[in-house]
Write a protein that binds this ligand. Structure first.
Ligand code: F6P
Length: 322
């Protein structure tokens, strides 16, 4: 019987910990007697033939590195039925009988389509946003939050020195998880997320004025990207309270940097699980975390799940920031 071969790719926005996942996939695959190919620039590599066979040493020295050594991309050509078929034909020519896709929801839709063309795929949630409904954790989330926390700590030094209010936007696309947890960790006076309706007067201005009446002189407001408009909000706060205010958009700094211990370990566990599924010939699955354990779901089922925002934690955040 010929040696089984699988491929691994990273797709969509990069996330710290993707390299640790790639490493785990390669090492698990080889230890199970498989050939493992690395695909460059997401699904594009399956269309252009940009793949390389990886060995144990190809993935040495990457567990601590941010970004993705495989590069990543969002492919327009792949997002067509003809593109998916071309990618599947290429996999068959190469003898690849399974693909591990590390990315977010968009990447999982691609994995579902490729499975539909006869190449079993398994997804690993890799995105800083923590916005994959089927998983309570996505690789990259912890590192991004810790980076955001460190950045806001620095902003706080200058806000404190000037008795200012700093309005800080963090990433997360339509998901408020980075904002919620970072907001708690930096002691934000208010946290605005797209999942919870808010009123600027009640949830920002009154909170600042109440805090001010008990002696607080500088303020941090954390705003999720999905809410946005931080410049307008800073101007509004300054006009309404008389407190000098500044806005900062943290941006892509949150996507880089060496992954935290949590991201490296979860990525390693998920990489191992993905290859174990492909070894059994099982595809169309997403690896996920549930109650701290690594599990897997059908991709279509996973894509139809609804994310649940932690309103309890949101309540706690606002209760203790008075
Ligand atoms: O999904 C990760 C993420 O960083 C989001 O938080 C953000 O909305 C988006 O990607 C930014 O994408 P790009 O790097 O393409 O500007």
């Amino acid at each position: 019987m010929s040696q089984k071969a699988i491929a691994v790719l990273t797709s969509g926005g990069d996330a710290p910990g993707m390299n640790a996942a790639v490493r785990a996939v390669v090492r698990t695959g080889i230890s199970k007697g498989m050939k493992v190919y690395g695909v460059s620039r997401g699904y594009n590599g399956l269309l252009t033939g940009d793949v390389t066979e990886l060995n144990l040493r190809s993935v040495s020295d990457i567990i601590h590195r941010g970004g993705t050594v495989l590069y990543t991309a969002r492919s327009e050509e792949y997002n067509t039925p003809a593109g998916v078929k071309k990618a599947a034909d290429f996999c068959r020519e190469l003898g690849v009988s399974g693909v591990v896709v590390i990315g977010g929801d968009g990447s999982f839709r691609g994995a579902r389509d490729l499975t539909g063309e006869g190449i079993p795929c398994v997804g690993i949630p890799g995105t800083i946003d923590n916005d994959i409904a089927c998983s309570e954790y996505t690789v990259g989330f912890d590192t991004a939050m810790n980076t955001a926390m460190e950045m806001v700590d620095k902003i706080r030094d200058t806000a404190q020195s000037h008795d200012r209010c700093s309005v800080v936007e963090v990433m997360g696309r339509r998901c408020g998880d980075i904002a919620l947890q970072t907001g708690i960790a930096v002691g934000a006076a208010s946290i605005l997320v797209p999942e919870v309706e808010f009123d600027i007067e009640r949830d920002v201005i009154s909170r600042i004025l109440n805090n001010q009446s008990t002696g607080k002189k500088h303020f941090i407001i954390v705003v999720a990207e999905g809410v946005g408009k931080v410049n307008e909000l800073a101007t509004y706060i300054q006009n309404r309270t008389g407190i000098e205010s500044r806005a900062t958009i943290l941006g892509h700094v949150q996507r880089g940097g060496s992954p935290t211990l949590r991201d490296r370990v979860v990525a390693s566990e998920m990489g191992y699980k993905a290859v174990s599924l492909l070894e059994e010939g099982i595809g169309n699955r997403v690896v996920a975390m549930k109650n701290g354990a690594i599990v897997d779901y059908d991709i279509t089922e996973a894509l139809n799940m609804k994310r649940v925002f932690d309103t309890n934690l949101y309540e706690i955040a606002h209760t203790i920031s008075i």
